[in-house]
Design a protein around this ligand. Structure first.
Ligand code: GH3
Ligand code: MG
Ligand code: MG
Ligand code: MG
Ligand code: MG
Length: 320
């Protein structure tokens, strides 16, 4: 059996290298309990440019899939362990997200049409009879690699669109829409863990005057510069938002009002020292910490009132 496979493979490699087939990028999880068949398939796949991991049972394949992802899974039906290739297909298709869409090529030595239909119905994308012709394995795999690449680029685009929908275009900070999703989560977390949550409202001083004096484009650059101070000063758990035109906001989990005011004042001083394009920029900030039973609107109103006080008291200051 192995010998005939080897002969077929060598004959295949001759024609295959002659036709200078385009090599592919991708990884295959090959689930095959027959060592000779596994070696034969793996060599073809490696010649196609693919990296291959071989497992002899569905159980070992499941374990591998829990640790990393593959472009394509190629699975035999009858395997070394208790479970079959069909069980493996069911496992993969039950997984959430991209892992559940991994293209699957099923192999079987059986001529049973019922089994073939069952395998396809379970979610295998394609099926090939064993012993499989090298050319057939190659073209079927090639199609599934194309499908895998398509899924990957769709996922990347989806991720990009999602990211764009929750961020402000100019500053890259989260937008108000994202704040509406995050604020309830952070408030619930604060109540669950009995840790404080503080809100800092940041309003640029005389920003209209900056626009009027230096132009709207310069004003945009000022906003970008101020936003980067917030982003650089923020910890990974902090949330920085562009709430309105020249109103920014920080949600600071774990910080009480005193700690938040200290952090805010550090940022205020940093912003004062920025002078982007030589433009003097300052801002006024209001700080409040979440009270028990308070909703976000009430917390926001208190921070807003504090920011208003900061304006009244001469701007370029933090009031808690
Ligand atoms: P105050 O110190 O009292 O906050 O004065 P202010 O001038 O900053 O406040 P006001 O609310 O009167 O003006 C805010 C200005 O911010 C007006 C608006 O044109 C400008 N603005 C809002 N969004 C943007 C933006 O995206 N880019 C630029 N360049 N300006 C913006
Ligand atoms: Mg088998
Ligand atoms: Mg304002
Ligand atoms: Mg104003
Ligand atoms: Mg302002």
């Amino acid at each position: 059996f192995h010998k005939s496979n080897q002969a077929a493979f060598e004959a295949y490699v001759d024609t295959w290298t002659a036709s200078a087939t385009r090599r592919l990028n991708g990884s295959v999880l090959l689930v095959e309990d027959n060592e000779a068949t596994a070696r034969f398939c793996r060599e073809i796949m490696q010649h196609m440019g693919l990296t291959v991991e071989v497992k002899a049972s569905a159980e070992a394949a499941v374990d591998a899939l829990r640790h990393r992802s593959f472009s394509v899974v190629v699975t035999d039906f009858v395997l070394a362990g208790l479970q079959t290739g069909l069980d493996l297909i069911h496992f993969i298709r039950a997984r959430p997200g991209a892992a559940g869409r991994t293209p699957i090529l099923a192999l079987s030595a059986s001529d049973n049409a019922g089994q073939r239909i069952e395998i396809l119905r379970a979610g295998a994308n394609d099926f090939a009879h064993k012993p499989v012709l090298p050319e057939e394995l190659e073209v079927r795999l090639r199609n599934l690699i194309t499908l895998s690449d398509l899924f990957a680029s769709l996922d990347a685009q989806h991720q990009m669109v999602k990211d764009m929908a929750q961020r402000d275009r100019l500053t890259g900070l989260y937008n108000r829409h994202r704040l509406e999703e995050l604020a309830p989560e952070l408030m619930a977390e604060s109540r669950r863990t009995h840790k404080p949550l503080s809100l800092v409202l940041i309003d640029l001083d005389h920003f209209k005057r900056i626009n009027d004096t230096f132009g709207h484009a310069a004003g945009d650059k000022v906003l970008i510069a101020v936003a980067s101070v917030l982003r650089n000063g923020a910890r990974s758990e902090d949330v920085a938002v562009r709430y309105g035109g020249e109103e920014l906001l920080l949600l600071l989990p774990g910080l009480d009002v005193k700690q938040a005011a200290l952090g805010a004042d550090r940022m205020r001083r940093h912003i004062e020292g920025l002078r982007p394009s030589d433009i003097p920029v300052t801002c006024s900030m209001g700080v409040a910490a979440l009270k028990p039973d308070e909703d976000f609107e009430a917390l926001f109103r208190r921070a807003d009132a504090a920011a208003y006080q900061a304006k009244q008291h001469g701007r370029n200051q933090v009031i808690a």
